[in-house]
Structures are given as structure tokens and as C-alpha cells.
Design a protein around this ligand. Sequence first.
Ligand SMILES: [Zn+2]
Length: 291
Amino acid sequence: MSSRGSPGGPGPAHADNAFTVDLEEWFHVCGVGGALAFERWDELPARVVPTTRSLLDLLDRAGVRATFFVVGWIAERYPRLVQAVRDAGHEIGSHGYRHQRIYELDGAAFRSDLRASIGALNAAGVAAVRCFRAPEWSVNDRSLWALDTLVEEGFTVDASMAPLKMVGSLRYPRHPHIRRTGAGPILEVPPLVADRFGQVIPLGWGWGLRMSSPRRVLLAIDRLNRSGRPAVLAVHPWELDPDPPRVRLPAGLRFAHYFRLAGFADRLRAIVSGGRFGPISEIAKTAPASM
Ligand SMILES: [Zn+2]
């Protein structure tokens, strides 16, 4: 069982919830080729530095430290940005090197991509990489083998399994839990979902977070915390871009990437100022010993 806060009383000194960032470019979209193919990335307009700096500033003003899952390709091109993230006190994990869906890779390709991401982070000055988040929540029933690979490569935390039908499964636990693999245990830290409109929605990230009022998000988090559970939020720097480059995407992806970006920075500011957030390592301290 996770440890409890103090319902009704003053909160514990540590963070009750995790704030996470997938540090990637606006064009790191899974499953699309053409203009956004890997081979074209160096030709596309770069936005990650100013948008990440905005996010760092927003978090700094709220006194929030987070976990940043960095795409290896980004770490390789912008080592000083990674150092700025680290120097601001944030935790750094891997978001893969080429930002590929895990279930579209075989075991060797995933291990190779993972090692490339660790190498890029090491070269940028990050000594140990222990947390992982798969692009597009792509550790699911089709790729559970990836958890074994993560343990074998020294990871202790995975934050890739969404309890959501579209990208994961409604059967997945909604709270941090230990998953046993052939190589040893790993702490799985799922993102916040909520039941709304008779469905499960991604309240802690993407369109679900962007469509919701800060008040509604904070109420849901408070309710969860009162039952001794942490909430995990996830954002991308490109969601803070005041004028994001527009590209044609399939309908579902267009919604995921462009729906209600307007005003999101202000809403996010209200959310991070209104709750107790920290990096995943802080909520991991009180995570359950087993499911
Ligand atoms: Zn991503």
C-alpha cells in the first residue's frame, strides 16, 4: 500500500503528485512519415529550446521540480538545454532516441534505441538514467517484453502504461505498482485518468488535461490524494508554443496535438501552483511494495 497523506490536516512535506514532461519537438509524432519522417527532422523548424525554457520558467515560478523524459535525438542536439533542465533541479529520464512506438520494434531494435538514448543523455552530462517513458504510451499488451529490457538496462521506473483503451488498457492499474519481469521488478507509474462522459479520459495529459479547467483537475487530484494515491501529470513543451507550426495530421493525431492549445500555459500555471508536485522519484518513495 502507498503511505497516506494527512486527510483534512496539513499535507506531508514531500510531493504528493508527480509532474512529468516529455521533452521532444513538435514534430515528434508517432506513426506519421512524409514531411515529419525521421530523415526530415533536421530540416524542420526547431522550437524545443524556447518552449522548454518557457516551461522551465513556469515550473520555477511555481517551485515545482519535475521528471523530464528526454528524446535522445534532442539531448544530442541540445546538450545545454538538458543541462539547464538538470541544473534547475529536475530529474531526467529517457523518452527513447528516435521516438518510436515500442510495439512496432523488435527486442533488438528497442534495446538499441534505448542504449542510444542513454548514450545521448550521458554525453549531455546526465550520469544515471533510471526512468523511462515510451513514446505514445506504447508499452502495452503488445510490448510487455520491453519491461524486461528496461530492467536489464538498469531502469527502475517505467511510466509508459496508460490505463486508457486507446493506447493502453482499461485493465491496467491506475496507481503506481510493481510489475514483475523475468529480469526483476520495476515500478510502473501510470498517468492520471478520470471517468467522465461515461468514458475514461486522459485527465492528466493531452487533450483531457487541456480541455479541463484547473479547478476540475485540482479537485480530482485532491480526491485521489485523500485516498492516499498520487496523481501523475504529463505535458510537452510544444503544448506551450504560442504559435505552433501546423502540419496535416490524421484526425485523431490532429486532435491530440492541436486541440485547445490556446490558453493552456495559463491553465497549466494555475494547476502547478495549486497542488504539491515533484519528480517521480519523490512519489516512488511511498509507492507500494507490490500490487
Ligand atoms: Zn513523446
